[in-house]
Write a protein that binds this ligand. Structure first.
Ligand SMILES: [Zn+2]
Length: 290
């Protein structure tokens, strides 16, 4: 079919035409994202976590699984806010460098363990966002049902046992929770999120940090009021309807009494948390009166 130049121009400019809408692709075309684009996505996510204060100095690490046996990952000893495509390493699932001249992240074992255990995971982000990390340092899981977005996206977030960075201890501590969760608080360390792509993992990190921040602030205002089990169930219905993928504790058959069904060390001790916060508030108020 021959289309006149004028008609072609008119179609091109008409915003109502489907081909002019963002993300449109010709019928039958399949979206192929180049490896270079995925490296750029890692760099963008690195910039975001650095600019948001989720990592300091050279902290944090990001990876994307590009096929069954290859993973792109951030290098060690580099600020995640200032990466360039040549710094991104390609490794196999055993951690062997396939291409790239930079040394892969020292936390690579943690990323690879996740990919080996969960086929649906295509990206992993590790950072130290201050509020979420404060919960992890104080020894609390994020287990309250207080915000719809957090409940739909993550459910409760477990606190996994402390492990020395770069060793097998962290992957081992995460494993019991991995089948049913996409976000983890790493005791005395930071947070880990997994996703269907690198932005999906980043957004879970943002949701986790926002949830932790609001939870702490609500406690300072007298306590977070939890949603009822009925309302939580309705949110789960919303999650089902939206077809949200990934692990979620409320949609997982956790065996009663298993480690994975427990939010983690130090939790459930609400009295300790309440006492600590009210003590701090009292001290701050007394300070102001002086
Ligand atoms: Zn770390």
């Amino acid at each position: 079919m021959v289309v006149s130049r004028r008609k072609y121009q008119a179609n091109k400019l008409d915003p109502k035409k489907p081909q002019n809408k963002p993300g449109w692709m010709p019928k039958g075309a399949c979206k192929v994202v180049s490896e270079f684009q995925l490296k750029k996505d890692i760099i963008e996510v690195g910039r975001r976590i650095y600019n948001r204060g989720y990592v300091a100095a050279n902290d944090g690490n990001i990876s994307i699984r590009i096929d069954e046996n290859r993973v792109l990952c951030t290098p060690t000893g580099v600020s995640k806010g200032f990466m360039t495509p040549d710094m991104i390493c390609t490794v196999d699932l055993d951690g062997k460098v396939i291409s790239g001249t930079w040394k892969p992240s020292s936390e690579l074992k943690m990323h690879l363990a996740v990919y080996k255990a969960r086929e649906d995971v295509k990206a992993v982000v590790h950072a130290h966002p201050p509020y979420a990390t404060a919960f992890a340092v104080a020894g609390y899981a994020l287990k309250e049902a207080i915000m719809p977005e957090v409940i739909i996206s993550l459910g409760w977030v477990p606190l996994t046992k402390y492990g020395t960075p770069s060793t097998e201890e962290i992957p081992e501590a995460i494993m019991p929770y991995l089948p049913c969760h996409d976000a983890f608080l790493l005791e005395n360390h930071g947070a880990l999120t997994v996703g269907t792509d690198v932005y999906n993992a980043l957004f879970k990190m943002e949701t986790l940090e926002m949830g932790a921040q609001i939870s702490l602030l609500a406690r300072l205002l007298g306590g977070a009021r939890e949603l009822s089990p009925e309302n939580v169930e309705r949110l789960m219905e919303v999650r089902r309807r939206l077809g949200v993928s990934g692990g979620h504790p409320a949609m997982c058959n956790l065996p009663e009494g298993s480690q994975a069904s427990q939010p983690g060390a130090g939790v459930g001790d609400e009295a300790r948390l309440k006492a600590t916060i009210s003590e701090v508030v009292k001290e701050v108020l007394a300070e102001q009166r002086r």
